[in-house]
Design a protein around this ligand. Structure first.
Ligand SMILES: Cc1cc2nc3c(=O)[nH]c(=O)nc-3n(C[C@H](O)[C@H](O)[C@H](O)COP(=O)(O)OP(=O)(O)OC[C@H]3O[C@@H](n4cnc5c(N)ncnc54)[C@H](O)[C@@H]3O)c2cc1C
Ligand code: SF4
Length: 513
């Protein structure tokens, strides 16, 4: 029995189910660089380099391990440009008794794989992706009969299941969640860890050339590329994070600072999402630092919660809600994406900084994604599909299973509260508290209305006013709506008028750079 074993660009783990029973004598691994996947949204140039370079490195490692690899490069003449076309050609090149794959990270690709059974003459086996700690069946079981799917309860289950930070059936330290301690502003004069960036080797340089030639019109800078493209380097990045950044990770998780693009964040999401790192090893490294007293409990708990809580929850949630999740639009948002999402040319400094970081690194940290660009998209009713395409395209770690729930549910509240209990809407005061952006801005966060007022201030109230029908009955919005009652009619009129003027002036793009 010989098998063709297809490995996708986000399945670069030697432990992947596709390879678990490989027979090196007769089986072959198929890896394909296809233009359909590079262009169905115009991915950031750094994301293309990361995935293609990591694929080529991974193929080289498999070959070193005497595994036969059938590798199709993007620039190969006969390349059909699609997964289906390339699987078909591979099945014609050699005889196989079976096609083995692991479930992909996107509904669209799973549908495609399911059609292969009837399109091709060999049996197709789609295996579960057991690199996640919670299987899709287990998540569906947890979600069954629950009125609400809040992450916190899922997370506690995962803590019990793994035994991580547990003393018997109680959480270490007495609390499940130390998030309240994780919202400090950055003290003056603080120094920040220098981050490991990796020199491009020959393989990466070749891929950079390919991307420059074929995808130069895609969003983003290539010059500052510094991501790891091998497992060994990804492990070095993890070790660097654990030793240099984890101790400060918790305290300053929500902070933002001009010129400090990464602060204490882990920068491991691209490696986790393409398979260079495993979520277990990442959590275990943090737990070891706690055991060795190299990092405090609040930081380690905060990090473990992100990986074993949020990341696993988001993945289970995506597959539970698909298909159709992306079509909901609870707040009836439909404004096109403004041009400055591509150019960063806006007077609003917080947006300028966040979009500029995104352009330079294909990265912005969670609070920038949620409370700057996400908050702006929410308050200005940008169309969910356009915002989602943007997030999927601009971030190096963006794959639909993780990007869609975070954008559609968490940032835009487009699912009406399936994922988040209330919209993450905030005025300029929050941004001013958590960042130094406002001091470099032409607007003033302390000014509510009139010339020079921070747009987030009036847009926040305008959002509450215009979405009252959908949001007023939400118990977690009670305080916000009670505060709205304190505003005079004149003030409300002025808020609405200034917001409408602002929204009319938002220049609009065609949705892609
Ligand atoms: C609108 C929006 C879109 C997002 N899109 C993506 C995306 O496409 N891909 C992606 O991996 N993350 C996404 N996130 C989640 C989060 O912002 C990133 O995982 C994080 O910024 C990655 O950087 P880091 O590795 O430095 O993370 P850290 O802040 O250091 O966190 C550690 C790890 O926890 C995990 N994690 C933390 N929060 C989340 C979350 N909400 N969902 C899933 N995993 C989480 C990640 O694997 C991350 O590497 C999005 C968040 C928002 C608000
Ligand atoms: S003043 Fe308003 S627009 Fe300017 S940086 Fe602060 S929050 Fe952003």
């Amino acid at each position: 029995m010989s098998a063709l074993r297809l490995i996708l660009g986000d399945q670069l783990s030697t432990s992947i189910a596709t390879l678990s029973d490989i027979d090196k004598q007769v089986d072959r691994v198929l890896m394909v660089e296809v233009s359909d996947e590079a262009t169905y949204v115009r991915h950031h140039q750094q994301k293309l380099v990361l995935v293609l370079s990591a694929m080529r490195h991974f193929a080289a490692e498999l070959k070193k391990d005497d595994i036969q690899v059938d590798y199709v490069r993007m620039d190969s003449n006969a390349n059909t440009g699609s997964f289906s076309g390339e699987v078909k050609r591979a099945l014609q090149r050699h005889h196989y008794d079976q096609l083995v794959v692991t479930e992909p990270g996107e509904w669209r690709v799973r549908e495609m794989m399911q059609s292969w059974q009837k399109d091709f003459d060999v049996p197709v086996e789609i295996r579960d992706d057991d690199r996640f700690l919670c299987s899709l069946d287990e998540f569906a079981q947890w979600a069954k009969d629950r009125k609400s799917l809040r992450m916190e309860y899922f997370y506690r289950n995962m803590r019990r299941k793994t035994g991580w930070l547990m003393e018997g059936d109680k959480p270490v330290g007495g609390e499940w969640n130390y998030d309240r301690q994780n919202r400090k502003s950055l003290p003056k004069g603080m120094t920040y860890p220098r981050r490991l960036r990796f020199e491009a080797d020959k393989i990466t340089r070749d891929v950079m050339q390919l991307v420059k030639t074929r995808f130069d019109h895609h969003f983003g800078d290539l010059e500052s590329f510094g991501w790891a493209t091998t497992r060994v380097d990804a492990q070095r990045a993890l070790t660097h994070f654990i030793t240099e950044c984890l101790p400060g990770f918790g305290d300053y998780q929500d902070a933002m600072k001009t010129g400090e693009d990464f602060l204490f964040h882990a920068l491991v999401s691209p490696y986790l999402n393409i398979g260079l790192l495993d979520p277990r090893e990442v959590c275990e490294a943090a737990l070891q630092a706690y055991e060795d007293e190299r990092a405090p409990l609040a930081a380690v708990e905060g990090f473990v919660r992100q990986v074993v809580g949020w990341r696993e929850y988001i993945r289970g949630f995506y597959w539970l809600q698909m298909p159709g999740y992306e079509r909901s639009n609870f707040l009836k948002a439909k404004r096109p994406l403004p041009d400055f999402f591509w150019t960063a040319e806006t007077d609003m400094n917080c947006l300028r900084q966040t979009i500029d970081t995104t352009r330079r690194h294909a990265y912005a940290h969670h609070i920038q994604r949620l409370m700057i660009t996400g908050n702006f998209a929410l308050l200005t009713s940008l169309a969910p599909a356009e915002v989602e395409a943007w997030y999927l395209l601009v971030y190096v770690d963006a794959f639909e299973w993780v990007e869609l729930p975070n954008t559609h549910g968490m940032a835009l509240f487009a699912d009406g509260g399936l994922l988040a209990s209330k919209p993450y809407a905030a005025s300029g005061a929050y941004i001013n508290r958590m960042s130094d952006y406002c001091s470099g801005c032409r607007f003033s966060p302390g000014k509510k209305l009139g010339e020079g007022a921070c747009p987030f201030n009036y847009l926040y109230w305008n959002f509450l006013i215009s979405k009252e029908k959908q949001l007023k009955s939400n118990p977690r919005m009670g305080l916000a709506y009670r505060n709205l009652l304190n505003k005079s009619e004149d003030e409300i009129d002025a808020i609405v008028q200034q917001s409408e003027q602002f929204l009319e002036n938002l220049n609009q793009s065609d949705g892609q750079p």
